[in-house]
Design a binder for this molecule. Structure first.
Ligand SMILES: [Zn+2]
Length: 79
């Protein structure tokens, strides 16, 4: 189900900024992509206030960490 912020870009449904960035990784167009992990992607931050600043983008779209299952959280953070 789409939320109110969903939009369609080039025929693909984009529901949020993070999902859009993940789609860019899958399309090979995200210049900040570093590596893929089992549960998400590591990317360089858009703004490098601190050199090498990176972010983790979860493959599971949730608005709060507690919406992830316990197993998924453990699997994500043990890596
Ligand atoms: Zn999302």
């Amino acid at each position: 189900m789409l939320d109110k912020t969903a939009k369609i870009k080039e025929g693909k449904i984009m529901s949020c900024f993070i999902c859009e960035r993940i789609e860019m990784i899958k399309d090979g167009t995200n210049p900040y992509f570093v590596t893929e992990l089992e549960t998400g992607y590591v990317v360089l931050g858009d703004y490098q206030r601190y050199k090498g600043y990176t972010c983790f983008l979860s493959k599971l779209h949730v608005t709060e960490l507690h919406f992830m299952t316990k197993e998924y959280r453990i699997n994500t953070w043990k890596k």
